[in-house]
Design a protein around this ligand. Structure first.
Ligand code: UD1
Length: 341
């Protein structure tokens, strides 16, 4: 008799996916990961194996490929699925909306069809605080209404959540985790984020500037209605994001009900400004950072941070790493990638 639960992780070579595979293996789960490796690298899979000292199945499969997905589900029995596979660039989604809807919504639909066919019912979905837009009240809690999404990326996450909520009538049980701003890297320095080309996100831009790959960081906007004029965000260590997926799976395992749709904010509850983060990076790493204040970036939300009470109370999750540790780990990873470590 099989005694370990078997989890399928789509997008398992991606930034949050790979850190989650580590947490699952450490928690004793059997894991199979799939990824196209279109925006991630095989070496991340090797890093996960080195960190955990454990092996797991990895297949280069596109979640949109129903034939390949059906074949996978025919040969393996999964107890649950964690669905990360998606595109995540806000800017790119504005330029290529169809590509975003096709990939992000299409892959979820294909996955749900295959899950249904093979009677796999438990799903953890990778959602985002972007579903809220600029909320009326912060810290924002899960009852806040969805505002019109600022980008096709945001709209794709809203749409996916709606699809999942509707799917509860078809026996799919869902936990949707709304990530705030995941940053950092594994403390071992063996896995981390690998942005393609010029990073859009703040922390990879900071670490690349510190490493001399980029000449200067621009802080987008200093005239926001915030204490220091720069945007406020809720930065959370990627390992803390990853560990919440284990709590979410265990939660679903404990549910007797045939129908579950739960959404949880996944943030620390601490609002940190862009300028505060920049200063913290300099303070904890001792590395100088060339930065300037620039114009606002179109589409940016002024301030958003989580009320994480629900996930703490219902899933028993807590974050472990503070901002300084997150930035140190991000820097350690950048140095490794650039051969500076
Ligand atoms: C956004 C989405 C998030 C999504 C993520 C994916 C919101 C509120 N958040 O995060 O859900 O998962 O994109 O990429 O919609 N900044 C600079 N200089 C830079 C880069 C960024 O000042 O070079 C500032 C931005 O203006 C922003 C903050 O840093 O205020 C964070 O930016 P970023 O890391 O891109 O994440 P979000 O835009 O918050």
């Amino acid at each position: 008799m099989k005694n370990r639960k078997h989890v399928l992780v789509t997008g398992g070579a991606g930034y949050i996916g790979a850190h989650t595979v580590v947490e699952l293996l450490n928690a004793g789960y059997e894991v199979t990961a799939i990824d196209t490796l279109e925006r991630s690298e095989q070496k991340i899979i090797e890093g996960v194996k080195t960190i955990t000292g454990k092996t797991f199945g990895f297949h280069k499969i596109d979640c949109l490929n129903k034939v390949a997905m059906n074949q996978l589900f025919s040969t393996q029995q999964f107890d649950s699925v964690i669905h990360f596979a998606a595109y995540k660039s806000v800017n790119e989604s504005v330029e290529k909306p169809l590509m975003y809807y096709h990939n992000n919504v299409g892959s979820l639909i294909t996955l749900l069809e295959v899950m249904k066919q093979h009677k796999v019912r438990d799903l953890i979905f990778s959602s985002s605080c972007t579903v809220y837009g600029q909320p009326d009240r912060i810290p924002v809690d899960e009852s806040a209404p969805f505002k019109r999404a600022e980008s096709p990326y945001g709209a794709s996450k809203q749409l996916c959540e709606r699809i999942l909520e509707d799917m509860t009538t078809e026996g799919i049980r869902v936990v949707s985790l709304r990530y705030f701003n995941p940053i950092g890297a594994h403390p071992t320095g063996l896995i981390g984020e690998l942005p393609i080309g010029v990073p859009n996100n703040l922390v990879p831009y900071v670490t690349q500037t510190a490493a001399g790959v980029r000449a200067q960081l621009t802080v987008f906007g200093s005239d926001y209605n915030t204490p220091d004029g720069s945007c406020l965000r809720d930065f959370i260590h990627v390992c803390d994001v990853a560990s919440a997926h284990v709590n979410a799976i265990q939660f679903l395992e404990e549910q007797a009900s045939a129908s579950v749709f739960k959404t949880y904010n996944l943030g620390t509850g601490i609002g940190v400004s862009v300028l505060e983060l920049v200063k913290k990076f300099i303070a904890v790493t001792g590395v100088p950072l060339n930065y300037k204040i620039g114009a606002r970036r179109p589409g940016d939300v002024e301030k958003v941070y989580a009320n994480p009470e629900k996930i703490v109370k219902e899933l028993g999750w807590r974050y472990q790493y503070d901002l300084g540790q997150s930035l140190q780990h991000a820097w350690q990873w950048e140095k490794k990638v650039r051969g500076l470590a």
